[in-house]
Structure formats: C-alpha cells, structure tokens
Design a binder for this molecule. Structure first.
Ligand code: UD1
Ligand code: CA
Length: 451
C-alpha cells in the first residue's frame, strides 16, 4: 500500500482558567512532560509528517516550550487563532497547512495527555479504507459534558454537543473523544461549511459529521478507550491523568523485565529507561532523563533525575542522584548520599552520608562515611578528581579544586585543600594529644561549679 501523507493539527488555544495557573494549560506536565509534548509525540508516532499547532492569542510560552519538543512544531509550524470561536474555527487557523494537500488530516486536542498513537493510527486506517471522516468515540457511564455520537442504522450521522442535545440524545453513552481524522481532500470544504447556529454560538468541528453525511460521504466512528478522551481542565483531572499514565508505565516496565516490588509506589518520567532484571524497591522517584541498565538494584526511597546507572550497580536506600550523576558498573551509592554531576567509576563505593558533586571517583575507590566535596565557594563550582583505588577516610572535607592521586590515603576527619599525589598518605587535621588523668580532674572541677 502506498504511504499516505499526514498532517496533525494540535489545538491548544484553550485558556485553561480552571487550572488557576500562570502557565498555559497545555504546558502542565504529566510524567514530567508537558501535555502538549505527549500529544505531539503520539501524533508523530502515528506517522504524522507535519504538525500544525494552533495556539491562542499571544501564547508565547507555548511557542517557547514547543521549540524544545522532539517534534518541534513540525514543518508546518505554529498558527494563531486570534479569537476563540470554536473547534472548527481553530482548525481553520491552520488553513494554509491543510491547503498544502496532505492525504490525511488528524485533529487532536493539546490537553489530552493520555492519547496513544495506535488510536490515531486506527482513525487513519479508516480513511485508507475509504471514509472521509473518522471519529473516535468512547463509552462512558458518565457522558456529561461530552458530545454524543448519534447513530442511525449503525451509521454515524451526527455529533451533538451536550447543550444542543434533546432529552433522549442526552442518554446516549457513546461519546466524542474529540479526536478526528479527515481526508485532506474533504477537510477544507467540510470545515468551511460549518456554521455557528448552536447553543454556544461556536463553530463546532463536530458539525462536519452531519455535513459529510449530507454530501453522501462515508463517516465512521471507531471506539477508543475513555483515557484517550480524557481532556484535562483542572488539577484534579491532571492528577487523574498522571495516575493512569503511571499505571500504564509500571505495567510496561514489569512486562519488559523490571521487577517493581510495590509498583504503585514507584513513579516514572515519560523518558525513563530501565534494563531487564533491575529491581526497583518501593517508593522510588524517577525524574526526567534517567537511564538505568540491566541488573541494577535501586533501593527504597531513592530520588533520581538526569542520571545514568550502569549494570551491577546499587543505589540507595535514600539516595539522591541529581543531574549529571553517573554510577558505573558495579559501583555503589549507599544510604543518604547525594551525587551531582559526578562519575562514580566501576566498582567505586560511596556507601554512606556523602555529598559528591562536580567530581570523578576513580574505579574501586572507597569514600568513607560523611565525606563531602566542597565544590562551591559562593561564586563558582570547582572539581574534585579522586584517582582509582584511593581511600578517603570518613568525615573528610575535600576542598575543590582538588586532585587526589590513585591509591592515595586520606586520613579520617581531614580537611584536604592541596592536591595529594598517587599512593601518598595525607592528614589534614590537628594531631591528637592525650593527657593522663586530666579527664577526671576536669569533671570534678565542672561538678564543683554547677549551681
Ligand atoms: C469537545 C468536543 C466534544 C467532545 C469533547 C471531548 C467540539 C465542538 N466538542 O468539547 O464533542 O466530547 O471535546 O473532550 O469539538 N479549542 C481551540 N479554540 C477554540 C475552541 C477550542 O483551540 O476556539 C481547543 C481547546 O483548547 C481544546 C479543544 O479545542 O484543546 C476542545 O475544546 P473545548 O472547548 O474543551 O471543547 P469541549 O467542550 O470539551
Ligand atoms: Ca474539553
């Protein structure tokens, strides 16, 4: 079969005032990615060759955000809908793109973060089979607020917005997800025929169903999951979408070979990658940009973002991997350790209570409990390099910039301010003095002074 070209139009001109936010609605995040990013990714995965984004008047924040997405606005770019006159009117803001002549035109809403690519592909398949318009419907026991799909003799004849429904029509539970696929050939004539004679006085995209029927074109309704239709209007719904997304991802992770002991307590980002036979203990948070290899153990209560963990390594419990943390093969980052912009090389250990930032910890080095890299002087960040096999005694402060050679020893409790060569032993603390009997004398004196 010949490949059909496809334009995806993403409507994002919603005001979203019910989010009670300074941020445009479509830029609120699910799994660490803007809702708009999810929708654009789904359109891309369904084979859209170009994306046309319709934004509201002066939606500069949306423009700026889109530049960062993987489908960065596509080649058709961003269109402004100057007045919010309805969904058909919004689609027509991208008239210029539609007119370029794609085989398929997909219309999706920017606030539907759970939209999946296969749902869109299904709609495109209907077009390939000869439909002029394909609508994705879903069934719900609570249809309030949704447009109803009106069928006659098994054919979709109209979509009626709730406000325009008769008492009878309101009982219909087959609803419009909002998602629509139109052949490029029919898109503009159908959209141009839409009027605004309805309860809201808006130009409804959904009206093209009736218009197409009148023209004898084939219109089909395909069933999608209710999740694809979950449009987010407030933060309660945002949390609902997050919960559904997390459940999907947990399942996907487990089916791909990752053990989650208490899956409901583990939270992923849109781009989290974990290899098989890795075990994630309860209460772990993965921020964006985390890549975990196979055979890793992430102990309970760890927090990771923009970090890499290689095979055989262990992290946590209660570890924090911040951006730029790299824990290499068989290395260990133990409890109450924070690692930032630092590479812990193969077999190295940072087992307890440490802050390691802007640093390299060489292979098989051992970092004693409570070791801190003093990387910041209030103005600049400085690096610490610790050689392979070095041993840093507990409770040491390593004042950067600093190099500690391979195989060097640092005495416990040191404050190290100067470079230490390979295989050297460095002390950076006051020498101990011990006075026989003086402890007892001191105690007696203090007891005599007590009031
Ligand atoms: C829409 C559908 C309804 C469906 C529901 C599913 C229409 C007329 N109705 O209703 O059948 O059941 O979604 O969630 O399509 N938008 C613009 N410009 C506008 C108006 C809307 O960009 O002038 C965008 C919004 O930002 C939003 C989307 O279009 O992303 C849907 O608009 P909204 O007003 O939320 O439509 P609903 O009433 O929810
Ligand atoms: Ca809506």
């Amino acid at each position: 079969m010949e490949k059909r070209t496809c334009l995806a139009i993403v409507l994002a001109a919603g005001e979203g005032t019910r989010m009670k936010s300074a941020l445009p609605k479509v830029l609120h995040r699910v799994a660490g990615l803007e809702m708009l990013g999810h929708v654009m990714a789904a359109a891309g995965a369904a084979g859209a060759d170009a994306l046309a984004l319709v934004v509201g008047n002066g939606a500069d924040k949306v423009r700026a955000a889109v530049a960062g997405f993987s489908h960065g606005g596509g080649k058709e770019g961003i269109f402004e809908q100057k007045e919010r006159l309805g969904t058909a009117h919004a689609v027509l803001a991208a008239r210029e793109a539609i007119a370029r002549g794609y085989d398929d035109v997909l219309v999706v809403f920017g606030d539907h973060p759970l939209l999946e690519a296969d749902v869109l592909s299904k709609a495109r398949a209907s077009l390939a089979e000869g439909a002029a318009v394909a609508v994705l419907g879903f069934r719900t026991p609570e249809p309030t607020g949704y447009g109803r799909l009106i069928e006659r003799d098994g054919r979709l004849v109209a979509i009626r917005e709730e406000k325009d429904c008769s008492e009878e029509e309101r009982k219909i539970t087959f609803c419009n997800s909002g998602l629509m696929a139109i052949t490029g050939e029919h898109a503009l004539p159908l959209l141009d025929a839409v009027g605004n004679d309805n309860a809201k006085g808006e130009f409804y995209l959904t009206d093209i169903v009736e218009i197409a029927n009148r023209q004898g074109l084939s219109v089909v309704a395909t069933e999608a999951s209710g999740e694809s239709a979950l449009g987010i209007n407030n933060r309660a719904q945002l949390a609902e979408a997050e919960a559904v997304w997390q459940d999907r991802k947990r399942r996907e992770m487990m089916l791909s070979g990752v053990t989650l002991i208490a899956p409901e307590t583990v939270f992923f980002s849109h781009d989290t990658e974990i290899g098989p036979d890795t075990v994630v203990e309860p209460n772990v948070w993965f921020g964006p940009g985390v890549e975990i290899a196979a055979n890793v153990r992430i102990h309970a209560f760890s927090h990771l973002e923009e970090a890499r963990v290689e095979s055989g390594a262990t992290v946590g419990p209660f570890a924090r991997l911040r951006p730029g943390a790299e824990v290499m093969e068989n290395a260990k980052v133990g409890n109450f350790c924070e690692i930032k912009k630092a590479r812990i090389e193969p077999g190295a250990k940072v087992p307890h209570l440490s802050y390691i930032g802007d640093a390299v910890v060489g292979a098989a080095a051992n970092i004693g409990a409570g070791t801190i890299t003093c990387n910041y002087d209030g103005f600049n960040k400085h690096r610490t390099e610790i050689g392979a096999g070095a041993f840093v005694g507990t409770n040491s402060s390593l004042v950067a910039p600093l190099t500690i050679g391979a195989g060097a020893y640092i005495a416990s409790g040191s404050v190290i301010t100067q470079n230490v060569p390979d295989d050297a032993l460095a002390f950076g603390r006051a020498r101990q003095t011990t006075r026989e009997g003086r402890g007892k004398l001191l105690r007696e004196r203090l007891a005599g002074q007590k009031k």
